[in-house]
Design a protein around this ligand. Sequence first.
Ligand code: GSH
Length: 197
Amino acid sequence: MRLFYSALSPFARKVRIVAHENGLSDRITLETASPFADEALRALNPLCQVPTLVLDDGEILYDSAVICDHLDAEGGAGLIPAAGAARRRALRLQALTDGMGSAAVAVVRERLRPADDQRAELIDRQLRAIVAGLDSLEAEALTAARFEIGEISAAAQLAYFDARAVVDWREGRPTLSAWFEVVARRESVAVTSAQLT
Ligand SMILES: N[C@@H](CCC(=O)N[C@@H](CS)C(=O)NCC(=O)O)C(=O)O
C-alpha cells in the first residue's frame, strides 16, 4: 500500500497511528505529497488532500476516516467498535477531533497570510470551534485504558496544535493534559512522531 501524506498532517498522523496499532506499518510505503503546492495528488484524490491511500490492487481510499476503517478491518485491532453506544462514541469523538483539526488547519493557513490580509472573523470562528471542542474533550475525561479511533484522532490533533502553536490547549484542562502525556509515550504515537522528517 502507498500512503500519500505530509509530515505534519494530523489526519495522516491518525492513519499512521492506526496502521501501527494494527501491525500494518511494514506494508505501507510513505510518500510525501504537498496538497497545497502540487496538483499531482489530484489525479488520485479529486480533493487533492492527504492522507490518500493507494491499495496494492490500485484502489484508492480517502479520507482519513475511510482509510482508518479499512486498515482496522484489515488488521483486526478493533479500534472502531463494531456496534452500539461504543461505536457511536468512538465515531463522534473522531468527528469532533477531525473537525477541530480542520479548524486548526484553516487557522494555520490564514496566519500564513500577510498580517494585514488575515481575516480576523475567520480565525475567530475557527478558534471558537477549537476551544469549545477542547472543553468538550476535557469533559470526556479520557483515560489511557481506552485507545480507540476517537482517542487516536484526539492525540493526533493535539500534537498538531503543539507543532503549529495553534492554541495553548493545556491551560485550564488538567485531565486532557495528563491524558496526553501518557498517550504521547505509547509506541504507535511516539514512533509516528519520529516520522515527522
Ligand atoms: N477530511 C479529511 C481532511 C484532510 C485534510 O484536510 N488534509 C489537509 C492537510 S492536513 C489537506 O490535504 N489540505 C489540502 C486542501 O484541503 O486543499 C481527512 O480526514 O482526511
